[in-house]
Design a protein around this ligand. Sequence first.
Ligand code: PLP
Length: 424
Amino acid sequence: MNYQNTLDFALSLDQQDALAHLRDEFIIPQHNGQDMIYLCGNSLGLQPKGTAGVIAQQLDNWSKYAVEGWFDGETPWMFYHKQLTNSLANIVGALPAEVVAMNTLTVNLHFLLVSFYKPNSKRYKIIMEGGAFPSDQYAVESQVRFHGYDPKDAIIEVFPRDGEDTLRTEDILQKINENASELALVLFGGINYYTGQFYDMEAITKAGHNAGAYVGFDLAHAAGNVPLNLHNWGVDFACWCSYKYINSSPGGISGAFIHQKHFDNTELNRFAGWWGYKEDKRFEMKPGFKPEDGAEGWQVSCAPVLLMAAHKAALNVFDKVGDMAPLREKSKMLTGYLEFLINTINQELGKQVFKIITPKNPDERGCQLSIICDNGKTIFDHLVKNGILGDWREPDVMRLSPVPLYNSFKDVYMAGKVLKEALK
Ligand SMILES: Cc1ncc(COP(=O)(O)O)c(C=O)c1O
């Protein structure tokens, strides 16, 4: 695409944008009486206008039915999660039976590690991306210790080469091959939170399986951001949060994927709870855990219905698009435009004032660009003062993420303009 650094050009792209109307589905925060330019969907997505109504409906059911709400009303809470399944399966490329909304992200990661990290004296190592999100690092370290191994020995991190910011797929695959005989698990992010790199999940899954290990992903930054194909890629398990690109409220409910091939595997451990018990027999209250079929058998506690209602409202917006493909197409154009504007500033100044550490190849990134520059925090603060909200990640990265559901090309143009002004 031949981008131009003018407001007219940005407005013309907005006019041609078949998804532009979706912005109206969201409440855009205000700054000095105008729409804020919100580029922070990588951290917390915006509130859909429908959210309050869907939650109010469940509050109403609670007031009308009280405890009977679990079985009465149009949307009995006992089955509420089932309304989310098809939309979620669509977003992550799974069979409906392979996904379930439950718990929160790190909690799901722990539960899935209970099932899929089964170390023995020969195979006990885990390969992760170096610099994974701290919660993942803590979860894995504690799981390794729980099984009696030393994290320093058992966790192998893959780092970028000297002078490079992101990982080469060949280096990830090589690390997996080199450690094949001792490997129990490969656990990667789908997209790295810091650099915005979208890993080749299919290649990683294949290499992990060839090495005889299970392969799982934390999709916090990938779900709702990039098209995924978990079932066909043969991924063993995955989990994600719903509060970033899926816009399902702060601390909103998480999602989990367990591949169909594991449904009948009785060798997998589970930390069980009553909500994972056979649904039609759950209230018989009998001893001896019998899991429900599919991913639902990994549920533990009863459903947090108000969080699920917020999730439902957000998934309704995804359902209006029906498919991740058009969102991805717009996303590539939006992020490509931001990249163009930043590169234009560098060209005009004759030096690389802003360094983008996110991969240049649009297929290797999602919405987010991670930017490093001198006095980065001052520049970031200038953006915030001018109504442009991204986020700052220590030690030195500014993350800006135009989201195709609610950001416009004008938003991106304005962000480029203010970034340039900030240098003064
Ligand atoms: C990649 C990644 N993993 C894990 C987490 C932690 O999520 P939670 O606090 O919902 O468990 C986050 C939070 O932003 C994240 O970005």
